[in-house]
Design a protein around this ligand. Structure first.
Ligand code: OOB
Length: 528
């Protein structure tokens, strides 16, 4: 179990500049609770419950003690699959206080993903709801525990109080130690886990707050899955808590659910993916009785927001738009709050730190001047390797992260995202590894070969199409059969192909060796 560290000279520089500090995640809550100006202010709110900083700190202390009493030790990895709500925040901070390492599963993950994550991280416990009517998370957790031997406990996120014990004093975490593991959207059958430290992540959170104008009056609404990097830290939950503001968690991102909370809690800021931004914009354009006037900033990121949509978002929602182009591996770019509107609607912003280094290369890794080119980056909050050194090809020989994104720069110096590697489909912000779905398709008894590609979609930006060669063309499985088969294999719903095309063979790649990557590019370019 290991993480790749930054080269010592860079690490020394980041420390000397005060970029990496001694602050750890637990300080966010403990520090605010100890400060009389903040102790009684609302920290986290959902539809059912609201906690002040003092109350949150107290509950985190009891839960942390309870986790330690149950044998959860320093450095132990614990998988979370908790829908958006106050318990998510309580569980994460309790694990941090106990010195344990949260591993952020998403509510939409299914057995295949969770087993992969749990095995790769060596998790000792899963925290998820035991009883929910919409989905049986406990049955899923049991199935995962049945396959991953390191898991010894299943804990109920809806009854965290049952785990409480009298608070104890915990040793302080090392700021440059592993703080949590997040799953890369580009994960194949073997998940790529992203190791982030307290010091690197908290730097990104502080910078995000500066760039996004987050302060103690910020009321940030979480509508995307809370364990994702965007709502977690850009500036998201951690930025808002760091500033002493209020985090509001919505159980669902739909206007019918989330807007009641915007009105009730006077939400000032929200982060959306483009399909949700479209839904919110169109719903508002049709007119609403709900008071959205508290909204000041609407962020859009996770996938390319079409310029025409971007132009409508601010006027429709009565807020300023901010585009966010980021990745769980590190680098996050934002349009500036004072950028001219044309820059805000046509670009994806610029790096939030002057210490972020960017370069563009061609397919062979040779430098490209001007652009477009493949973006590579290094900096004080961008990882140098995945957990356990997986997928080393994602990093250049000198350690820079290969984002896979094709970008160029506007005359003002902002980034414009033009595309990316053909092996990853961006389904409205949810990433699908073509390779992972192909691996599962090849296990189907009727399928001889399969290639999964992105096809343009007006709502999602991209959706997925599986090209399949059947052993017997007359018995090519239908779309519902294929989706049912992949669902049965434990794949998350968003990864199931949206369309299936039966073909007799794949186009020639012109190279002796069949390159799936090249085939995907050809099929994607053919417009599917
Ligand atoms: C965010 O993080 P991930 O790790 O789920 O996905 C990263 C990838 C990027 O490499 C890029 O391909 C795509 O998502 N992406 C965008 C984008 N924002 C992300 N592509 C075009 N335009 C954008 N604005 O998605 C993420 C992490 C932190 C903040 C925001 C998004």
């Amino acid at each position: 179990m290991s993480m790749t560290l930054w080269p010592p000279e860079l690490a020394d520089d980041y420390r000397a500049r005060g970029v990496w500090t001694g602050v750890v995640f637990d300080d966010l809550i403990a520090g605010r609770a100890a400060d009389p100006r903040f102790a009684d202010r609302a920290a986290v709110v959902d539809a059912q419950c609201s906690l002040t900083y003092g109350e949150l700190d107290d509950r985190v202390g009891r839960l942390a003690a309870g986790l330690v009493a149950r044998g959860i030790d320093r450095g132990d990895r614990v998988l979370l699959q908790i829908p958006n709500g106050v318990p998510f925040v309580e569980a994460v901070f309790a694990l941090w206080r106990a010195g344990a390492v949260p591993v952020f599963g998403l509510p939409a993950h299914r057995e295949s993903e969770l087993v992969g994550i749990a095995e790769a991280a060596g998790v000792v416990a899963i925290i998820s709801p035991a009883e929910r009517t919409d989905f049986d998370y406990r049955a899923l957790a049991r199935a995962v525990a049945g396959r991953v031997r390191s898991i010894t406990q299943l804990l109920d996120s809806d009854r965290l109080e049952d785990l409480w014990a009298e608070p104890i004093t915990h040793p302080r975490a090392d700021p440059e130690d592993l703080g949590f593991l997040q799953l890369s959207g580009g994960s194949t059958g073997v998940p790529k886990l992203i190791p982030r430290t307290h010091a690197d992540y908290l730097y990104s959170v502080r910078r995000a707050n500066q760039v996004c104008g987050v302060d103690a009056d910020t009321v940030y609404l979480v509508v995307l899955p809370a364990g994702h990097n965007f709502p977690m830290s850009s500036p998201g939950i951690l930025g808002t808590l760091q500033a002493g503001g209020t985090v509001v968690l919505a159980a669902a991102p739909l206007p019918s659910v989330a807007w009641e909370l915007v009105q009730r809690e006077r939400v000032t800021m929200v982060g959306l993916v483009p399909p949700l931004a479209r839904l919110w914009t169109e719903t508002a354009e049709r007119g609403t009785d709900i008071d959205l006037s508290s909204l000041q900033t609407v962020q859009v990121g996770g996938a390319r927001c079409p310029d025409a949509l971007a132009r409508r978002i601010g006027p429709a929602l009565g807020a300023r738009l901010q585009q966010v182009f980021g990745m769980a591996e590190g680098l996050v770019c934002y349009t500036g709050l004072d950028d001219p509107i044309d820059e805000v609607v046509t670009t994806q912003g610029r790096p939030m730190s002057e210490l972020d280094q960017l370069r563009l290369v061609d397919e062979d890794g040779a430098p490209v001047t001007g652009g477009p080119g493949f973006l590579e980056t290094q900096g004080p909050y961008t990882i140098r390797g995945y957990w356990d050194g997986r997928s080393p090809e994602s990093f250049a020989p000198d350690g820079w992260y290969r984002t896979g994104d094709v970008v160029e720069f506007s005359p003002a110096g902002n980034l414009i995202v033009r595309g990316r590697d053909a092996d990853r489909i961006n389904r409205g912000g949810e990433k699908v590894s073509a390779e992972q779905v192909e691996e599962h398709l090849l296990a189907h008894p009727q399928i001889r070969d399969a290639i999964v590609v992105a096809v343009p979609d007006s709502y999602l930006g991209e959706r997925s199409c599986a090209y399949v060669i059947a052993h017997d063309p007359a018995a090519t499985p239908t779309l519902p059969e294929i989706r049912g088969f992949l669902r049965g294999a434990g794949l998350a719903e968003w990864k199931l192909p949206d369309a299936v095309k039966a073909v007799a063979d794949f186009p020639e790649t012109g190279v002796g060796k069949v390159s799936r990557k090249r085939l995907r590019e050809l099929l994607t370019a053919a417009g599917a």
